[in-house]
Design a protein around this ligand. Sequence first.
Ligand code: AMP
Ligand code: MG
Length: 562
Amino acid sequence: MNDMNHWKFSASKLLQLPLDPILENYVRQVKNAIFSIVLPTPLETEIKLIAYSEDVVKNILDLDPAVAETKDFIEVVAGNKILESSAPLAHRYGGHQFGVWAGQLGDGRAHLLGEYVNRKGERWELQLKGSGKSPYSRGADGRAVIRSSIREFLCAEAMHFLGVPTSRVAAIVCSRDPVIRDRFYDGNPQTERAAVVLRLAPTWFRFGSLEVLAKSFNEWGTLRILANYLIHTLLPKDVVQNSKPKDCPRLLLELLKQVAEGTWKLAVHWEIVGFVHGVLNTDNLSLCCVTIDYGPFGFVEAYNSRYIPNTSDSNGRYSLRGQWHAVDWDLQRLADGLAPLLCSDDNDSEGEEDFTDNARQILEVASQKALVWRKYAFCAKLGLACGSNWIEFARGGSSVIDEDALEDDDLFSPDELVESLLKMMEETKSDFTMTFRQLGEEELSNLSREKIPKHLWAVKKLSEHSNYQSFLEAYIERLASEGITEQQRRKMMSQVNPCYVLRNWMAEEAIKMAETDDDFSRVRLLMKVLSQPYEVQKEAEEMGYSNPTPAWASCIRVSCSS
Ligand code: AMP
Ligand code: MG
Protein backbone atom coordinates (compact mmCIF):
# COMPACT_ATOMS: atom_id res chain seq x y z
CA MET A 1 0.00 0.00 0.00
CA ASN A 2 1.39 3.40 -0.85
CA ASP A 3 -0.97 5.81 0.84
CA MET A 4 -1.65 6.12 4.55
CA ASN A 5 -5.19 7.27 3.84
CA HIS A 6 -6.09 3.91 2.35
CA TRP A 7 -4.56 1.97 5.19
CA LYS A 8 -7.13 0.73 7.73
CA PHE A 9 -7.14 -0.82 11.18
CA SER A 10 -8.92 -4.17 11.37
CA ALA A 11 -12.11 -4.59 13.39
CA SER A 12 -11.26 -4.23 17.07
CA LYS A 13 -11.70 -7.11 19.49
CA LEU A 14 -10.50 -4.96 22.37
CA LEU A 15 -13.47 -2.60 22.14
CA GLN A 16 -15.69 -5.47 23.27
CA LEU A 17 -13.91 -5.64 26.63
CA PRO A 18 -15.29 -3.60 29.56
CA LEU A 19 -14.75 0.13 28.92
CA ASP A 20 -14.65 2.97 31.39
CA PRO A 21 -17.98 4.85 30.94
CA ILE A 22 -16.42 8.24 31.73
CA LEU A 23 -15.24 9.98 28.57
CA GLU A 24 -13.71 13.05 30.12
CA ASN A 25 -9.92 13.01 30.30
CA TYR A 26 -8.88 13.62 33.90
CA VAL A 27 -6.77 11.62 36.32
CA ARG A 28 -8.79 9.15 38.38
CA GLN A 29 -9.05 5.67 39.86
CA VAL A 30 -11.03 3.63 37.35
CA LYS A 31 -13.04 0.56 38.39
CA ASN A 32 -14.36 -2.46 36.54
CA ALA A 33 -12.87 -1.40 33.23
CA ILE A 34 -9.96 -2.57 31.11
CA PHE A 35 -9.71 0.51 28.91
CA SER A 36 -10.61 4.19 28.93
CA ILE A 37 -11.52 5.91 25.70
CA VAL A 38 -9.13 8.81 25.23
CA LEU A 39 -7.51 10.67 22.36
CA PRO A 40 -3.81 11.46 22.00
CA THR A 41 -2.85 15.10 22.52
CA PRO A 42 -1.40 16.60 19.32
CA LEU A 43 2.12 18.03 19.35
CA GLU A 44 2.08 21.79 18.87
CA THR A 45 5.36 22.59 17.13
CA GLU A 46 6.88 21.35 13.87
CA ILE A 47 7.05 17.56 13.73
CA LYS A 48 10.07 15.78 12.28
CA LEU A 49 10.58 12.13 11.48
CA ILE A 50 13.71 10.90 13.27
CA ALA A 51 13.71 7.40 11.75
CA TYR A 52 11.57 4.44 10.86
CA SER A 53 12.00 0.69 10.67
CA GLU A 54 11.74 -0.42 7.09
CA ASP A 55 11.09 -3.98 8.23
CA VAL A 56 8.10 -3.00 10.37
CA VAL A 57 6.62 -0.57 7.86
CA LYS A 58 6.93 -3.01 4.98
CA ASN A 59 6.60 -6.46 6.47
CA ILE A 60 4.21 -5.83 9.36
CA LEU A 61 2.17 -2.82 8.28
CA ASP A 62 2.12 -3.79 4.57
CA LEU A 63 3.12 -0.24 3.63
CA ASP A 64 5.49 0.93 0.92
CA PRO A 65 8.48 2.26 2.93
CA ALA A 66 8.16 5.58 1.08
CA VAL A 67 4.89 6.15 2.99
CA ALA A 68 6.92 6.53 6.19
CA GLU A 69 8.31 9.80 4.85
CA THR A 70 4.88 11.30 4.10
CA LYS A 71 3.16 14.01 6.12
CA ASP A 72 0.14 11.79 6.75
CA PHE A 73 2.22 9.00 8.27
CA ILE A 74 4.29 11.39 10.38
CA GLU A 75 1.13 13.01 11.73
CA VAL A 76 -0.33 9.63 12.63
CA VAL A 77 2.84 8.80 14.57
CA ALA A 78 2.71 12.17 16.34
CA GLY A 79 -0.90 11.58 17.39
CA ASN A 80 -1.89 14.68 15.43
CA LYS A 81 -3.93 12.73 12.90
CA ILE A 82 -6.38 10.02 13.94
CA LEU A 83 -7.34 7.63 11.17
CA GLU A 84 -11.07 7.04 10.76
CA SER A 85 -10.62 3.34 11.52
CA SER A 86 -8.83 4.06 14.80
CA ALA A 87 -10.51 4.12 18.23
CA PRO A 88 -7.79 5.21 20.69
CA LEU A 89 -7.75 3.64 24.15
CA ALA A 90 -5.66 3.84 27.30
CA HIS A 91 -5.27 0.56 29.16
CA ARG A 92 -5.79 0.24 32.90
CA TYR A 93 -3.22 -1.99 34.56
CA GLY A 94 -1.46 -2.16 37.90
CA GLY A 95 1.81 -3.62 39.04
CA HIS A 96 4.30 -4.57 41.69
CA GLN A 97 7.17 -2.09 41.46
CA PHE A 98 10.44 -3.18 43.09
CA GLY A 99 8.53 -5.82 45.01
CA VAL A 100 5.79 -3.54 46.32
CA TRP A 101 2.18 -3.39 45.11
CA ALA A 102 1.82 0.02 43.48
CA GLY A 103 -1.92 -0.04 42.74
CA GLN A 104 -3.32 1.35 39.51
CA LEU A 105 -0.69 2.46 36.98
CA GLY A 106 -1.99 2.18 33.42
CA ASP A 107 -1.13 3.84 30.11
CA GLY A 108 -0.23 7.25 31.48
CA ARG A 109 1.40 8.38 28.25
CA ALA A 110 0.41 5.75 25.71
CA HIS A 111 -2.55 5.34 23.39
CA LEU A 112 -3.56 2.11 21.76
CA LEU A 113 -4.62 3.13 18.26
CA GLY A 114 -6.11 -0.17 17.14
CA GLU A 115 -5.42 -3.67 15.90
CA TYR A 116 -4.11 -4.62 12.49
CA VAL A 117 -4.25 -8.06 10.89
CA ASN A 118 -1.63 -7.97 8.15
CA ARG A 119 -1.44 -9.89 4.90
CA LYS A 120 0.42 -12.71 6.61
CA GLY A 121 -2.55 -13.01 9.00
CA GLU A 122 -0.58 -11.76 12.02
CA ARG A 123 -2.49 -9.62 14.51
CA TRP A 124 -0.63 -6.59 15.88
CA GLU A 125 -1.70 -3.90 18.33
CA LEU A 126 -0.41 -0.41 17.45
CA GLN A 127 0.33 1.96 20.26
CA LEU A 128 1.73 5.49 20.56
CA LYS A 129 4.06 6.25 23.45
CA GLY A 130 4.61 9.83 24.58
CA SER A 131 1.28 10.93 23.09
CA GLY A 132 -0.21 12.89 25.98
CA LYS A 133 -2.18 12.51 29.16
CA SER A 134 -4.83 9.96 30.06
CA PRO A 135 -6.81 9.07 33.21
CA TYR A 136 -3.69 7.07 34.20
CA SER A 137 -1.14 9.91 34.02
CA ARG A 138 -1.14 10.46 37.78
CA GLY A 139 1.01 13.56 38.40
CA ALA A 140 2.99 13.30 35.17
CA ASP A 141 2.83 15.07 31.81
CA GLY A 142 2.02 12.24 29.41
CA ARG A 143 5.13 12.91 27.31
CA ALA A 144 8.40 11.17 26.46
CA VAL A 145 11.70 12.83 25.54
CA ILE A 146 13.94 12.31 22.51
CA ARG A 147 16.69 10.37 24.28
CA SER A 148 14.45 7.67 25.79
CA SER A 149 12.42 7.36 22.60
CA ILE A 150 15.54 6.88 20.45
CA ARG A 151 16.75 4.25 22.89
CA GLU A 152 13.43 2.40 22.71
CA PHE A 153 13.34 2.59 18.92
CA LEU A 154 16.90 1.35 18.43
CA CYS A 155 16.84 -1.31 21.09
CA ALA A 156 13.49 -2.84 20.17
CA GLU A 157 14.57 -3.17 16.55
CA ALA A 158 18.07 -4.37 17.52
CA MET A 159 16.59 -7.05 19.76
CA HIS A 160 14.36 -8.29 16.98
CA PHE A 161 17.32 -8.73 14.68
CA LEU A 162 19.29 -10.42 17.45
CA GLY A 163 16.48 -12.97 17.53
CA VAL A 164 15.09 -11.90 20.93
CA PRO A 165 11.27 -11.79 21.23
CA THR A 166 10.32 -8.13 21.46
CA SER A 167 7.78 -5.42 20.81
CA ARG A 168 8.67 -3.47 17.68
CA VAL A 169 8.89 0.21 16.77
CA ALA A 170 7.63 1.42 13.41
CA ALA A 171 8.80 5.01 13.66
CA ILE A 172 9.87 7.86 15.90
CA VAL A 173 9.04 11.56 15.53
CA CYS A 174 10.08 14.60 17.53
CA SER A 175 9.03 18.21 17.95
CA ARG A 176 10.13 21.29 19.86
CA ASP A 177 7.33 20.95 22.41
CA PRO A 178 9.07 21.45 25.76
CA VAL A 179 9.22 18.65 28.32
CA ILE A 180 10.83 19.21 31.71
CA ARG A 181 12.89 16.34 33.08
CA ASP A 182 15.38 15.86 35.89
CA ARG A 183 17.49 13.59 33.77
CA PHE A 184 19.83 12.32 36.49
CA TYR A 185 17.48 12.78 39.46
CA ASP A 186 20.00 15.25 40.86
CA GLY A 187 17.73 18.25 41.35
CA ASN A 188 18.63 19.83 38.00
CA PRO A 189 15.51 19.70 35.84
CA GLN A 190 16.01 20.83 32.26
CA THR A 191 13.86 21.47 29.24
CA GLU A 192 14.03 18.68 26.71
CA ARG A 193 12.00 18.00 23.56
CA ALA A 194 8.95 15.78 23.14
CA ALA A 195 9.11 12.67 20.96
CA VAL A 196 6.57 9.99 20.15
CA VAL A 197 7.11 6.40 19.00
CA LEU A 198 4.65 4.19 17.19
CA ARG A 199 5.22 0.75 18.67
CA LEU A 200 3.68 -2.65 18.07
CA ALA A 201 3.16 -5.90 19.94
CA PRO A 202 0.90 -8.91 19.46
CA THR A 203 -0.70 -7.68 22.69
CA TRP A 204 0.12 -4.94 25.17
CA PHE A 205 -1.49 -6.79 28.10
CA ARG A 206 0.92 -7.27 30.99
CA PHE A 207 1.01 -9.30 34.19
CA GLY A 208 -0.30 -6.15 35.89
CA SER A 209 -3.37 -6.12 33.61
CA LEU A 210 -4.69 -9.12 35.55
CA GLU A 211 -3.28 -8.10 38.90
CA VAL A 212 -5.15 -4.81 39.09
CA LEU A 213 -8.45 -6.67 38.73
CA ALA A 214 -7.52 -9.52 41.05
CA LYS A 215 -6.73 -7.07 43.83
CA SER A 216 -10.36 -6.08 44.40
CA PHE A 217 -13.08 -8.61 45.03
CA ASN A 218 -15.65 -6.47 43.18
CA GLU A 219 -13.69 -6.71 39.96
CA TRP A 220 -13.40 -10.48 39.67
CA GLY A 221 -16.14 -10.53 37.05
CA THR A 222 -14.03 -8.21 34.89
CA LEU A 223 -10.99 -10.35 35.66
CA ARG A 224 -12.86 -13.37 34.32
CA ILE A 225 -13.69 -11.53 31.09
CA LEU A 226 -10.06 -10.53 30.56
CA ALA A 227 -8.74 -14.02 31.37
CA ASN A 228 -11.22 -15.51 28.95
CA TYR A 229 -10.13 -13.06 26.25
CA LEU A 230 -6.47 -13.95 26.86
CA ILE A 231 -7.19 -17.68 26.76
CA HIS A 232 -8.86 -17.26 23.39
CA THR A 233 -6.26 -14.96 21.85
CA LEU A 234 -3.03 -16.33 23.29
CA LEU A 235 -3.46 -20.10 23.58
CA PRO A 236 -3.20 -22.36 20.53
CA LYS A 237 -6.55 -22.96 18.81
CA ASP A 238 -6.57 -26.72 19.44
CA VAL A 239 -6.16 -26.23 23.19
CA VAL A 240 -9.18 -23.93 23.42
CA GLN A 241 -11.51 -25.45 20.83
CA ASN A 242 -14.79 -26.90 22.12
CA SER A 243 -13.94 -25.97 25.68
CA LYS A 244 -16.80 -25.85 28.21
CA PRO A 245 -17.07 -23.63 31.31
CA LYS A 246 -15.87 -26.56 33.43
CA ASP A 247 -12.59 -26.48 31.48
CA CYS A 248 -11.84 -23.04 32.83
CA PRO A 249 -9.36 -24.13 35.54
CA ARG A 250 -7.46 -26.25 33.03
CA LEU A 251 -7.26 -23.38 30.53
CA LEU A 252 -6.14 -20.91 33.17
CA LEU A 253 -3.34 -23.30 34.10
CA GLU A 254 -2.47 -23.67 30.41
CA LEU A 255 -2.24 -19.91 30.17
CA LEU A 256 -0.01 -19.75 33.23
CA LYS A 257 2.21 -22.49 31.80
CA GLN A 258 2.52 -20.81 28.41
CA VAL A 259 3.37 -17.44 29.92
CA ALA A 260 5.79 -18.98 32.42
CA GLU A 261 7.67 -20.94 29.75
CA GLY A 262 7.63 -18.01 27.33
CA THR A 263 8.94 -15.60 29.94
CA TRP A 264 11.72 -17.97 30.99
CA LYS A 265 12.69 -18.48 27.38
CA LEU A 266 12.81 -14.70 27.05
CA ALA A 267 15.03 -14.42 30.14
CA VAL A 268 17.48 -16.89 28.57
CA HIS A 269 17.47 -14.86 25.36
CA TRP A 270 18.26 -11.73 27.37
CA GLU A 271 21.08 -13.34 29.28
CA ILE A 272 22.90 -14.73 26.27
CA VAL A 273 23.06 -11.35 24.55
CA GLY A 274 23.95 -9.66 27.84
CA PHE A 275 20.75 -7.61 27.92
CA VAL A 276 19.52 -6.31 31.25
CA HIS A 277 16.03 -4.79 31.16
CA GLY A 278 16.52 -2.66 34.24
CA VAL A 279 12.91 -2.48 35.50
CA LEU A 280 11.32 -5.92 35.63
CA ASN A 281 8.24 -4.79 37.53
CA THR A 282 5.09 -6.82 36.89
CA ASP A 283 3.69 -3.96 34.79
CA ASN A 284 6.65 -4.35 32.44
CA LEU A 285 6.28 -8.08 31.77
CA SER A 286 4.23 -8.96 28.74
CA LEU A 287 1.59 -11.69 28.61
CA CYS A 288 2.78 -12.57 25.11
CA CYS A 289 6.32 -12.95 26.44
CA VAL A 290 8.08 -10.31 24.39
CA THR A 291 10.40 -7.61 25.74
CA ILE A 292 8.39 -4.43 26.42
CA ASP A 293 8.92 -0.98 27.90
CA TYR A 294 12.53 -0.22 27.13
CA GLY A 295 13.79 2.24 29.73
CA PRO A 296 17.05 2.17 31.70
CA PHE A 297 18.22 -1.07 30.04
CA GLY A 298 21.81 -1.92 29.19
CA PHE A 299 24.00 -4.52 27.54
CA VAL A 300 26.74 -5.74 29.84
CA GLU A 301 30.19 -4.84 28.51
CA ALA A 302 33.06 -5.74 30.88
CA TYR A 303 31.39 -8.88 32.19
CA ASN A 304 29.94 -8.50 35.65
CA SER A 305 27.11 -10.72 36.81
CA ARG A 306 26.03 -7.93 39.18
CA TYR A 307 25.78 -5.36 36.41
CA ILE A 308 22.97 -2.83 37.11
CA PRO A 309 22.06 -0.57 34.19
CA ASN A 310 19.42 1.44 36.08
CA THR A 311 20.99 4.08 38.33
CA SER A 312 17.79 4.15 40.40
CA ASP A 313 18.09 0.43 41.28
CA SER A 314 20.34 0.84 44.29
CA ASN A 315 19.88 -2.72 45.59
CA GLY A 316 20.44 -4.39 42.25
CA ARG A 317 17.06 -6.12 42.28
CA TYR A 318 17.13 -5.99 38.48
CA SER A 319 20.83 -6.62 37.90
CA LEU A 320 22.03 -9.14 35.32
CA ARG A 321 22.03 -11.88 37.94
CA GLY A 322 18.89 -10.50 39.63
CA GLN A 323 16.83 -10.87 36.45
CA TRP A 324 16.52 -14.57 37.00
CA HIS A 325 15.05 -14.11 40.46
CA ALA A 326 12.83 -11.26 39.25
CA VAL A 327 11.21 -13.43 36.59
CA ASP A 328 10.52 -16.14 39.17
CA TRP A 329 8.98 -13.63 41.59
CA ASP A 330 6.91 -11.89 38.91
CA LEU A 331 5.50 -15.21 37.68
CA GLN A 332 4.27 -15.93 41.18
CA ARG A 333 2.45 -12.59 41.12
CA LEU A 334 0.90 -13.64 37.82
CA ALA A 335 -0.36 -16.86 39.44
CA ASP A 336 -1.80 -14.73 42.26
CA GLY A 337 -3.56 -12.65 39.62
CA LEU A 338 -5.29 -15.72 38.21
CA ALA A 339 -6.09 -17.45 41.52
CA PRO A 340 -9.37 -15.62 42.34
CA LEU A 341 -10.98 -17.11 39.22
CA LEU A 342 -10.93 -20.55 40.75
CA CYS A 343 -13.11 -19.77 43.71
CA SER A 344 -15.16 -16.72 42.87
CA ASP A 345 -18.29 -18.57 41.74
CA ASP A 346 -19.06 -20.89 44.59
CA ASN A 347 -16.62 -19.96 47.29
CA ASP A 348 -14.89 -23.20 46.60
CA SER A 349 -11.82 -22.95 48.78
CA GLU A 350 -10.79 -26.48 47.84
CA GLY A 351 -10.71 -25.45 44.19
CA GLU A 352 -8.48 -22.56 45.12
CA GLU A 353 -6.09 -24.80 47.02
CA ASP A 354 -5.89 -27.18 44.07
CA PHE A 355 -5.18 -24.30 41.79
CA THR A 356 -2.48 -22.95 44.04
CA ASP A 357 -0.82 -26.36 44.18
CA ASN A 358 -1.07 -26.86 40.45
CA ALA A 359 0.13 -23.34 39.75
CA ARG A 360 3.09 -23.80 42.05
CA GLN A 361 3.99 -27.02 40.30
CA ILE A 362 3.72 -25.44 36.86
CA LEU A 363 5.99 -22.60 37.89
CA GLU A 364 8.45 -25.01 39.47
CA VAL A 365 8.68 -27.16 36.32
CA ALA A 366 9.03 -24.09 34.11
CA SER A 367 11.90 -22.72 36.18
CA GLN A 368 13.67 -26.10 36.07
CA LYS A 369 13.32 -26.20 32.30
CA ALA A 370 14.71 -22.67 32.13
CA LEU A 371 17.94 -23.79 33.77
CA VAL A 372 18.41 -26.41 31.09
CA TRP A 373 17.59 -23.96 28.29
CA ARG A 374 20.16 -21.58 29.76
CA LYS A 375 22.81 -24.32 29.69
CA TYR A 376 22.00 -25.20 26.10
CA ALA A 377 22.03 -21.55 25.09
CA PHE A 378 25.50 -20.98 26.54
CA CYS A 379 26.66 -24.20 24.91
CA ALA A 380 25.55 -22.71 21.60
CA LYS A 381 27.66 -19.65 22.38
CA LEU A 382 30.64 -22.00 22.66
CA GLY A 383 29.71 -24.11 19.64
CA LEU A 384 29.21 -27.28 21.72
CA ALA A 385 26.96 -30.07 20.49
CA CYS A 386 23.96 -29.55 22.77
CA GLY A 387 23.86 -25.90 21.71
CA SER A 388 21.91 -27.03 18.67
CA ASN A 389 18.98 -27.82 21.00
CA TRP A 390 18.81 -24.15 21.90
CA ILE A 391 19.19 -22.94 18.32
CA GLU A 392 16.32 -25.17 17.25
CA PHE A 393 14.15 -24.07 20.19
CA ALA A 394 14.94 -20.38 19.69
CA ARG A 395 13.80 -20.71 16.08
CA GLY A 396 10.39 -21.89 17.28
CA GLY A 397 11.00 -25.63 17.36
CA SER A 398 9.95 -27.65 20.37
CA SER A 399 12.25 -27.77 23.35
CA VAL A 400 14.18 -30.98 23.59
CA ILE A 401 15.51 -31.60 27.06
CA ASP A 402 18.19 -34.16 26.83
CA GLU A 403 19.87 -34.25 30.23
CA ASP A 404 22.31 -36.91 29.07
CA ALA A 405 23.81 -34.44 26.67
CA LEU A 406 24.97 -32.39 29.61
CA GLU A 407 26.49 -35.08 31.75
CA ASP A 408 29.71 -36.76 31.05
CA ASP A 409 32.50 -38.98 32.25
CA ASP A 410 35.67 -37.34 33.42
CA LEU A 411 35.87 -34.57 30.86
CA PHE A 412 34.83 -31.07 31.77
CA SER A 413 31.06 -30.95 31.25
CA PRO A 414 29.74 -28.22 28.93
CA ASP A 415 28.23 -26.65 32.00
CA GLU A 416 31.54 -26.44 33.81
CA LEU A 417 33.20 -25.00 30.72
CA VAL A 418 30.59 -22.25 30.48
CA GLU A 419 30.77 -21.40 34.17
CA SER A 420 34.56 -21.35 34.19
CA LEU A 421 34.59 -19.07 31.14
CA LEU A 422 32.12 -16.65 32.73
CA LYS A 423 34.16 -16.63 35.91
CA MET A 424 37.35 -15.80 34.00
CA MET A 425 35.51 -13.09 32.09
CA GLU A 426 34.29 -11.60 35.32
CA GLU A 427 37.74 -11.67 36.91
CA THR A 428 39.49 -10.17 33.88
CA LYS A 429 36.60 -7.79 33.05
CA SER A 430 36.53 -9.08 29.48
CA ASP A 431 33.88 -7.73 27.15
CA PHE A 432 30.93 -10.14 27.13
CA THR A 433 29.85 -9.66 23.52
CA MET A 434 33.27 -9.59 21.88
CA THR A 435 34.85 -12.39 23.91
CA PHE A 436 32.29 -14.88 22.67
CA ARG A 437 32.39 -13.43 19.17
CA GLN A 438 36.16 -13.53 18.91
CA LEU A 439 36.44 -17.04 20.34
CA GLY A 440 34.47 -18.12 17.29
CA GLU A 441 36.40 -16.03 14.81
CA GLU A 442 39.73 -17.81 14.99
CA GLU A 443 40.97 -21.39 14.83
CA LEU A 444 41.38 -22.70 18.35
CA SER A 445 44.95 -23.69 17.56
CA ASN A 446 45.71 -19.97 17.21
CA LEU A 447 44.20 -19.05 20.52
CA SER A 448 46.83 -20.28 22.91
CA ARG A 449 48.01 -17.37 25.02
CA GLU A 450 51.14 -16.41 23.13
CA LYS A 451 49.59 -16.81 19.67
CA ILE A 452 46.40 -14.72 20.01
CA PRO A 453 46.31 -12.23 17.09
CA LYS A 454 46.33 -8.59 18.17
CA HIS A 455 42.91 -7.70 16.76
CA LEU A 456 41.24 -10.21 19.11
CA TRP A 457 41.42 -7.67 21.92
CA ALA A 458 38.70 -9.25 24.05
CA VAL A 459 40.22 -12.74 24.02
CA LYS A 460 43.64 -11.22 24.71
CA LYS A 461 42.22 -9.68 27.84
CA LEU A 462 40.61 -12.99 28.84
CA SER A 463 43.94 -14.75 28.35
CA GLU A 464 45.45 -12.72 31.18
CA HIS A 465 43.63 -15.12 33.50
CA SER A 466 45.77 -17.85 35.03
CA ASN A 467 43.17 -20.49 34.12
CA TYR A 468 43.02 -19.48 30.47
CA GLN A 469 45.36 -22.15 29.10
CA SER A 470 43.72 -24.97 31.02
CA PHE A 471 40.27 -23.76 29.97
CA LEU A 472 41.39 -23.79 26.35
CA GLU A 473 42.70 -27.34 26.65
CA ALA A 474 39.50 -28.58 28.30
CA TYR A 475 37.44 -26.82 25.64
CA ILE A 476 39.42 -28.42 22.80
CA GLU A 477 39.15 -31.82 24.45
CA ARG A 478 35.41 -31.44 24.94
CA LEU A 479 34.86 -30.47 21.29
CA ALA A 480 36.93 -33.42 20.15
CA SER A 481 34.91 -35.83 22.30
CA GLU A 482 31.71 -34.47 20.80
CA GLY A 483 33.10 -34.82 17.28
CA ILE A 484 32.57 -31.11 16.54
CA THR A 485 34.84 -29.80 13.80
CA GLU A 486 36.33 -26.31 13.82
CA GLN A 487 34.06 -25.42 10.95
CA GLN A 488 30.94 -26.56 12.81
CA ARG A 489 31.99 -24.81 15.99
CA ARG A 490 32.64 -21.51 14.31
CA LYS A 491 29.45 -21.72 12.28
CA MET A 492 27.29 -22.28 15.37
CA MET A 493 29.06 -19.53 17.28
CA SER A 494 28.61 -16.99 14.51
CA GLN A 495 24.84 -17.56 14.67
CA VAL A 496 24.47 -16.77 18.34
CA ASN A 497 27.34 -14.41 19.13
CA PRO A 498 26.63 -10.97 17.66
CA CYS A 499 29.41 -8.53 16.86
CA TYR A 500 27.17 -5.50 17.41
CA VAL A 501 24.81 -4.72 20.26
CA LEU A 502 23.41 -1.33 21.25
CA ARG A 503 26.02 -0.18 23.71
CA ASN A 504 25.18 2.93 25.71
CA TRP A 505 27.94 4.95 24.10
CA MET A 506 26.68 4.16 20.60
CA ALA A 507 23.17 5.29 21.50
CA GLU A 508 24.51 8.33 23.37
CA GLU A 509 26.37 9.70 20.33
CA ALA A 510 23.30 9.28 18.15
CA ILE A 511 21.09 10.96 20.77
CA LYS A 512 23.44 13.97 21.11
CA MET A 513 23.42 14.57 17.37
CA ALA A 514 19.64 14.32 17.25
CA GLU A 515 18.99 16.49 20.29
CA THR A 516 21.35 19.30 19.47
CA ASP A 517 21.47 19.47 15.66
CA ASP A 518 18.37 17.64 14.47
CA ASP A 519 20.89 15.38 12.82
CA PHE A 520 19.30 11.93 12.68
CA SER A 521 21.92 10.31 10.46
CA ARG A 522 23.53 8.39 13.31
CA VAL A 523 20.22 6.97 14.52
CA ARG A 524 19.58 5.76 11.00
CA LEU A 525 23.07 4.34 10.64
CA LEU A 526 22.67 2.43 13.91
CA MET A 527 19.30 1.11 12.78
CA LYS A 528 21.00 -0.23 9.65
CA VAL A 529 23.98 -1.76 11.44
CA LEU A 530 21.90 -3.35 14.18
CA SER A 531 19.61 -4.98 11.67
CA GLN A 532 22.47 -7.37 10.82
CA PRO A 533 24.12 -7.88 14.18
CA TYR A 534 25.75 -11.18 13.23
CA GLU A 535 27.43 -9.82 10.07
CA VAL A 536 30.70 -7.90 10.11
CA GLN A 537 29.97 -4.62 8.34
CA LYS A 538 32.49 -2.19 6.91
CA GLU A 539 30.62 0.93 8.05
CA ALA A 540 30.22 -0.43 11.56
CA GLU A 541 33.90 -1.34 11.78
CA GLU A 542 34.84 2.18 10.68
CA MET A 543 32.65 3.53 13.50
CA GLY A 544 34.50 1.31 15.98
CA TYR A 545 31.34 -0.56 16.96
CA SER A 546 33.24 -3.77 17.69
CA ASN A 547 36.15 -2.00 19.40
CA PRO A 548 36.72 -1.60 23.12
CA THR A 549 34.30 0.91 24.61
CA PRO A 550 35.83 4.40 24.48
CA ALA A 551 37.06 5.82 27.78
CA TRP A 552 34.64 8.77 27.76
CA ALA A 553 31.69 6.34 27.91
CA SER A 554 32.43 5.21 31.44
CA CYS A 555 30.49 8.21 32.78
CA ILE A 556 27.24 7.49 30.94
CA ARG A 557 24.37 6.99 33.35
CA VAL A 558 20.81 5.96 32.62
CA SER A 559 18.06 6.59 35.10
CA CYS A 560 14.36 5.87 34.88
CA SER A 561 13.79 9.48 33.77
CA SER A 562 12.24 9.33 30.35
P1 AMP B 1 7.45 2.99 33.04
O1 AMP B 1 8.47 3.27 34.10
O2 AMP B 1 7.70 3.74 31.76
O3 AMP B 1 7.20 1.55 32.83
O4 AMP B 1 6.08 3.64 33.60
C1 AMP B 1 5.49 3.29 34.82
C2 AMP B 1 4.17 3.97 34.91
O5 AMP B 1 4.33 5.39 34.93
C3 AMP B 1 3.20 3.69 33.76
O6 AMP B 1 1.92 3.69 34.28
C4 AMP B 1 3.42 4.89 32.86
O7 AMP B 1 2.31 5.15 32.05
C5 AMP B 1 3.62 5.99 33.87
N1 AMP B 1 4.40 7.11 33.33
C6 AMP B 1 5.75 7.15 33.14
N2 AMP B 1 6.11 8.34 32.63
C7 AMP B 1 4.98 9.06 32.48
C8 AMP B 1 4.70 10.37 32.00
N3 AMP B 1 5.66 11.19 31.58
N4 AMP B 1 3.41 10.77 31.99
C9 AMP B 1 2.43 9.96 32.42
N5 AMP B 1 2.63 8.73 32.90
C10 AMP B 1 3.89 8.28 32.93
MG1 MG C 1 6.10 0.36 31.92
